[in-house]
Design a protein around this ligand. Structure first.
Ligand SMILES: Cc1cc2nc3c(=O)[nH]c(=O)nc-3n(C[C@H](O)[C@H](O)[C@H](O)COP(=O)(O)O)c2cc1C
Length: 369
């Protein structure tokens, strides 16, 4: 499927995938002020898709997934492009360069990507400053989440301290914080999804928030945990239970998969590269994870669904499976910069067609009794 910038896309696809991504981000960074002119058109949506969740107002349910704006360079642009929220990061306590390039591959026959970026980012100090500057004045206009992860040099047993260090620096610039324990590209990181590690990290963050609130009186920071699609169902359920016990606001499901199942073209260059697979081949797994979590949480946690959402039908399905919010990354590459607007308008249209008056009625509607 094309979009008005189809020619631009063809040009971008001739570039190395990461360079094209940097180019797109730069265009948004530079173009964000100009977008204000067209923003009524880009943000055309009504009360049927507006939600109050985790104490925050989301004008639209379609957000930017983590890892697109790792450096916080286009914080003001996302809302103007029609996104209802954005996750910045993953940000680590220490700046780090990530893995050697090339580390991002397109699989066009599947509209998929494989990446092993490895948390390249400027670190919490610099990124906090950059986000703060972007949020001054007119600000971002939409909720901004900060996604944090363990620095590569930090051993797993010190992961909680590392997350707390990032959290302290970033809390003041975030509307919500996502804990990323599911990237396949930092050695050992996904072990942090085990109950013991997860308990240590999440309770340390919660306690830190409580003690910081004594000084600044801010409302509790909504904390979410982002999980992998490769976890057995029982582990997803366990993480959901734990999140409930520890007072988390929600879960983000899912990160990229290490599996290569579901590819139409498994012999595509890139398919055999080490890293996480995203886009439509991930859709079924990510959707299944949302269903498992939604059944288990029965409304106690906010679920953000991500993985292979390319259009309004995909978003509808994920919401019907139990998500209140959805996010996109790979869809931006293959469907273009208007994807959030297109999906949001598509959801509104389908609600009208099906006689549904508010998006919250769609959430979990496919789960049955
Ligand atoms: C190049 C690339 C980098 C990513 N970096 C991060 C990251 O830093 N942190 C994170 O939580 N997820 C990261 N992700 C995962 C996405 O946020 C998302 O969970 C995943 O790509 C599935 O969604 P999609 O099919 O819409 O791309 C990255 C994905 C891609 C393609």
């Amino acid at each position: 499927m094309g979009y008005p910038g189809g020619m631009l896309r063809r040009a971008a696809f001739r570039m190395d995938a990461e360079r094209a991504h940097e180019f797109a981000l730069r265009a948004l960074q530079v173009g964000a002020p100009a977008l204000r002119v067209g923003s009524a058109w880009l943000k055309r949506r009504d009360a049927s898709v507006a939600q109050e969740l985790m104490g925050l107002r989301f004008d639209g349910p379609v957000g930017l997934a983590a890892g697109y704006d790792k450096y916080g360079r286009a914080v003001r642009g996302w809302g103007r492009l029609g996104f209802g929220f954005a996750e910045i990061g993953t940000i680590t306590a220490r700046a780090q360069p990530g893995n050697a390039r090339p580390r991002l591959y397109r699989l066009p026959a599947d509209e998929a990507l494989v990446n092993r970026m490895g948390f390249n980012n400027d670190g919490a100090v610099v990124t906090a400053r950059r986000i703060a500057a972007a949020r001054r004045g007119a600000g971002a206009g939409v909720p901004i989440g900060v996604n944090i992860g363990k620095s590569r040099v930090t051993p797993l047993e010190r992961a909680a301290d590392d997350h707390v260090a990032s959290f302290r620096l970033l809390r003041g610039v975030a509307d919500f914080v996502v804990v990323n324990v599911s990237s396949p590209n930092t050695p050992g990181l996904r072990e942090l999804q085990d109950r013991d590690h997860l308990t240590a990290i999440l309770s340390a963050l919660r306690d830190e928030d409580v003690s910081m609130r004594r000084f600044d009186g801010r409302p509790p920071m909504p904390l979410l945990v982002k999980l992998a699609p490769d976890l057995p169902a029982a582990q997803v359920e366990d993480a959901v239970d734990l999140s409930g016990e520890l007072g988390m606001a929600g879960v983000v499901l899912t990160n990229t998969t290490i599996s290569r199942e579901g590819l139409h073209d498994p012999s595509a260059p890139g398919a055999s590269e080490q890293g996480g697979l995203s886009g439509p081949p991930l859709r079924t797994r990510a959707d299944a994870a949302v269903r498992i979590a939604a059944r288990r949480a029965s409304g106690r946690l906010v679920i953000a669904g991500v993985g292979g959402i390319m259009d309004a039908d995909d978003a509808w399905q994920r919401i019907a499976s139990g998500a209140s919010l959805v996010e996109v990354w790979t869809g931006l590459v293959y469907r273009g910069p208007l994807i959030a607007r297109d999906i949001t308008l598509g959801l509104m249209q389908r609600m009208r067609d099906e006689g549904v008056s508010h998006i919250s009625e769609v959430t979990g509607s496919a789960l049955g009794a």
